[in-house]
Design a binder for this molecule. Sequence first.
Ligand SMILES: C[S@@+](CC[C@H](N)C(=O)[O-])C[C@H]1O[C@@H](n2cnc3c(N)ncnc32)[C@H](O)[C@@H]1O
Length: 277
Amino acid sequence: MKRFFFKTKNHFQKTKNLALSAISSPKLFYKLLINLSYRLKATRFVLKYCDHGASSTFAERPPANPLKDYFENNTEGHGIWKWRHYFEVYQRHFSKFVNRGVNVLEIGIYSGGSLGMWRSYFGNQCHIYGVDIENACSTYENEYTTVYIGDQSDREFWKKLRENTPPIDILIDDGGHTPEQQRITLEEMLPHLRCGGVYLCEDVHGGLNDFAAYATSLVDELNGTGELNEFQKSIHSIHFYPFCVIIEKHTVEPDRFVAPKHGTKWQPFFSKKKPNK
Ligand SMILES: C[S@@+](CC[C@H](N)C(=O)[O-])C[C@H]1O[C@@H](n2cnc3c(N)ncnc32)[C@H](O)[C@@H]1O
């Protein structure tokens, strides 16, 4: 049966997991089915949207981006390998940490250039932690850079790392890029991120990416109504960019969300409707 109905072993495994989740949690399965119709609507909308043509825009001046400049000028020496469109995203989410005593952890060292780039950007007070599975990467250790050699999909490795490092302000996952590695790393390290911290997972590729699906389910938790759940108290926001997911933590945890009405003049038509606030 496997051979006829499923193109790959992975495909079979995914279908099996979905069926198992349907048995173990009918409520979850019902939700998935309801969401499916909205997923199809979104696909239809995107097809129409693509026919719509370009929107008009105001002439934006390109903002200063020291990280991008560093990358473009790094034409010799230790290599840096990044998608170019990430630099606008980095600047948007990281600039508030510049010249602060932050702890930055990057998974995926490769040729060491990005470790130097983070140090140059965040300034002399920061400390950089690098993680890689390859022993050769330990050569990039110095007085402001600590290197850990290990496998990001190994929970024991993360346990030991947490015992030896202070809470992290910024985590960049640029390691093996499989959804499973990305998920395990997030589960082990998001709790270790300091309040106000930023978690960035790179190279989330493909329309039906499992890590993107996982992160989308985290969005569901963030949108939960009623009493704030612990996730809402801790997590400020989740951002999606092409190939990249960002999670930001609250600097100060909220105890509830409120939607007060300010003003004295109101239209009468809304009074009967009870908004979900
Ligand atoms: C894309 S490169 C990193 C690029 C680097 N951050 C840069 O900007 O130039 C990916 C790195 O992740 C490492 N890696 C692959 N699988 C890993 C795993 N399971 N755990 C930790 N590191 C891994 C590889 O050895 C490689 O050095």
